[in-house]
Design a protein around this ligand. Structure first.
Ligand code: FMN
Length: 158
């Protein structure tokens, strides 16, 4: 497989974005959900795209760990990084910088913020309460499909 999209999702939005990205990229793309217990053989992929979502200001710990644990291999690949979240004041560069290790951010060919979605049906009670309380989550959420397409184009041009 030429390209791997490794992602984590809490409520499904990042998975949806990863699927859209897979379609936009075309042939030879594999998707894998990051799990802390799993080991990955990344040697067969030329391009690796890593994505996750922001909850309480942080990307999933499993995503950060995946980057840390595989940093040496990842730095030899073409890398794309993306996040999903819905803070109306979100600054794309700051989000990416906070979510991924510095070395990987500097090495990445493309990075993107794809917007977000609140999947209330998948939330537990605590998540529902937190969502109601947080002012930043009161805006109408939206996935930015154009940004996903632009991200795919940017990677393909390199
Ligand atoms: C409990 C909870 C906390 C969240 N915290 C943040 C946050 O700190 N910043 C932000 O921009 N979005 C926050 N979000 C919005 C999510 O990042 C957004 O819904 C995202 O699309 C979720 O992606 P996922 O479904 O792949 O987990 C939060 C959502 C929930 C449910």
């Amino acid at each position: 497989m030429k390209t791997l999209i490794a992602y984590s999702t809490t409520l499904g939005c990042t998975e949806q974005c990863a699927s859209k990205l897979k379609n936009d990229l075309g042939a030879d793309v594999e998707m894998v959900r990051i799990s802390r217990r799993r080991r990955y053989n990344l040697h067969n992929h030329e391009t690796i795209i890593i994505g996750g979502s922001i909850h309480e200001g942080m990307i999933q710990r499993s995503v950060y760990k995946f980057c840390e644990n595989n940093l040496d291999v990842l730095l030899q690949k073409q890398i794309g990084l993306f996040v999903c979240c819905m803070d109306p004041d979100a600054n794309e560069q700051k989000l990416i910088k906070r979510a991924f290790p510095d070395q990987l951010v500097k090495h990445a060919l493309a990075s993107g913020f794809f917007g977000g979605e609140l999947n209330i049906k998948k939330m537990n009670l605590l998540q529902k309460i937190m969502t109601r309380k947080a002012a930043r989550l009161q805006k109408e959420p939206e996935i930015d499909f154009q940004k996903i397409l632009d991200f795919a184009r940017m990677l393909q041009e390199n």
